[in-house]
Design a binder for this molecule. Structure first.
Ligand code: ZN
Ligand code: ZN
Length: 345
């Protein structure tokens, strides 16, 4: 089959002779992939810096397609169904899975990842094998490319879901990259309140405003902290979300939050950051770490299908899988204005 294979670090090769996956258990299905979006973790991972894309590997974990084969025990899906799936193959049996915390599964394998513990081919290929338990039906009016956004949208939705948000809360989203923009749209779909976007890039601030932010501020502007206080009756926002994962934006998130408020951390680019400890402790700020998603797919698929989350803000280009290596190179070079690129095998 056709597949985009990371054969060595920074060496992506489009092949037409890659072995097709087979059903491993009676609960498996084979999905013919129709759209597979490139994730930042694939782009950063392909140079070896994260240790989670050890070649050879077919990357890709944000995808949609149609079922072409089902195992004998599959009950809720049939050949021809249009589906998307969780980016994590969780076991369904461990302590965490049984509590519904499938993102914390003891035996989790992320699709398209190879690390010290496991190697699991992903969706930059014609076919992918996945178990029924991670599948979701795609609403009829949602195309495959938009459906491939369900995964990153669910990442953003999970951060909102684990945060103690009350109706009318004021919120700040630090970082208007992909996850930040999706999160602004999710928060806006659920709250009429103040949503501040903070990003140092003026173009991204403009997109954040079209995505539904009430105001977009530059965290590097010395006037911004005062402006945040003005907009929040002198207190700071109730909830803030950090979607970058570095010292400066985390400090911005903490400084923008009121006493007794909360900061939810989504970005994880840096393994370590400096924390303004006294500001967190003396102002009693709650910090939450948010990992992947746990059951947010039905919510985000309905938000995408109803247009409350607009894929136009997010998808910068669609291209055939055969051009994958070029698009990876452009994303790796941080070409301005490129958010999500969707490959179509
Ligand atoms: Zn991803
Ligand atoms: Zn598990």
């Amino acid at each position: 089959m056709k597949a985009l294979v990371l054969e060595a670090y920074n060496k992506l090769v489009y092949r037409e002779d890659y072995p097709e996956p087979r059903l491993r258990t009676p609960e498996d299905v084979i999905v013919r992939i129709r759209a597979s979006a490139i994730c930042g973790s694939d782009v950063h991972g392909m140079d070896g810096s994260t240790g989670r894309r050890i070649p050879p590997i077919v990357m890709g974990h944000e995808a949609a397609g149609e079922i072409v084969e089902t195992g004998s025990a599959v009950q809720g899906f049939k050949v021809g169904d249009r589906v998307t799936f969780d980016s994590t193959e969780y076991c369904g049996k461990c302590f965490h899975c049984r509590r519904g915390e499938v993102n914390l599964c003891d035996n989790r394998m992320v699709l398209g990842v190879s690390c010290a513990d496991y190697r699991r081919d992903g969706s930059f290929a014609e076919y992918l094998v996945v178990p029924e338990r991670i599948l979701y039906h795609i609403p009829a009016n949602l195309d495959f490319a938009a459906a491939s956004l369900a995964e990153p949208t669910a990442v953003a939705a999970h951060a909102a879901a684990i945060s103690p948000i009350a109706m009318g809360d004021s919120m700040a989203v630090i970082g208007s990259g992909l996850i930040g923009l999706l999160l602004i749209q999710i928060l806006r779909a659920h709250s009429p309140g103040l949503i501040l976007a903070l990003d140092t890039d003026s173009e991204r601030r403009a997109v954040a405003l079209s995505a539904g932010a009430s105001f977009a501020l530059d965290p590097a502007d010395p006037a911004s902290p005062k402006r945040i206080l003005e907009l929040t009756e002198g207190r700071g926002v109730d909830r803030s979300f950090e979607a970058v994962g570095a010292t400066a934006p985390i400090a911005t998130a903490i400084a923008s939050t009121r006493k007794g408020g909360s900061v939810t951390l989504i970005g994880n680019v840096s393994p370590k950051v400096e924390l303004p400890l006294q500001s967190v402790v003396t102002r009693q700020i709650s910090l939450f770490g948010s990992c992947a998603m746990a059951g947010e797919y039905p919510l985000v698929l309905s938000l995408l299908a109803s247009g409350k989350i607009k894929s136009e803000f997010i998808i910068s280009a669609k291209a055939p899988l055969s051009q994958g290596a070029e698009w990876f190179a452009r994303l790796y070079a941080r070409e301005k204005g490129l958010l999500k690129v969707v490959l179509e095998p």
